[in-house]
Design a protein around this ligand. Structure first.
Ligand code: SF4
Ligand code: SF4
Length: 173
């Protein structure tokens, strides 16, 4: 794969608005190639499976309720506008490919613009968000649960990276 540095900059380091626009343009431009690639389709299916496995474990850890409680306190939640900058056009494109309508859902200048009423808009989140090490959750969970959380997040991150490389192989012609 041979990606032009300017194109990579546009994918990963432009403004959130530009990354959104780029992801949507790439979706339109490469729709046929991306959606008829069997290897990519299989890889995206596996990614969805791994994401569901991780979500189920997070639910078992009661993370949803803990996050709601945390986020309701002033300055509490971790989904800040700063974190929104961790998104990139390829990660957005991955979400578009599984039918998620990727758009800003808020603009309060404080929280991440992709944080909806039911949580993060993305099924496939930025790597930084997935890797976020939350001390509140750590304090309230047993070591076996935390170990499993790390293992499942690691599985998802590794496969997400693999899917990202597959997509770059198609769009960096
Ligand atoms: S992950 Fe941690 S910091 Fe973020 S909302 Fe949940 S409890 Fe709060
Ligand atoms: S997890 Fe989602 S809502 Fe939270 S900061 Fe990351 S992209 Fe934004």
């Amino acid at each position: 794969m041979n990606c032009d540095p300017d194109f990579l900059q546009k994918l990963y380091s432009s403004s959130i608005a530009d990354k959104l626009k780029t992801a949507n343009n790439l979706y339109d431009q490469f729709y046929d190639q991306l959606t008829t690639d069997d290897s990519l389709n299989r890889a995206l299916e596996k990614l969805q499976f791994l994401e569901k496995e991780l979500s189920a474990h997070m639910t078992a850890m009661n993370m949803g309720a803990q996050c709601v409680q945390c986020a309701s306190k002033e300055g509490g939640g971790c989904c800040s506008l700063y974190m929104a900058g961790e998104t990139d056009a390829v990660q957005m494109l991955m979400n578009l490919l599984i039918g998620i309508e990727v758009r800003r859902v808020r603009d309060d200048g404080f929280e991440c613009c992709f944080l909806g009423p039911a949580g993060c808009l993305f099924a496939f989140k930025p790597m930084f968000c997935l890797n976020y090490n939350c001390t509140h959750i750590k304090e309230k969970s047993g070591s076996a649960m935390l170990q499993k959380l790390e293992q499942l997040s690691g599985n998802l991150l590794r496969h997400q990276y693999f899917v990202e490389q597959m997509i770059l192989g198609i769009i960096c012609e």
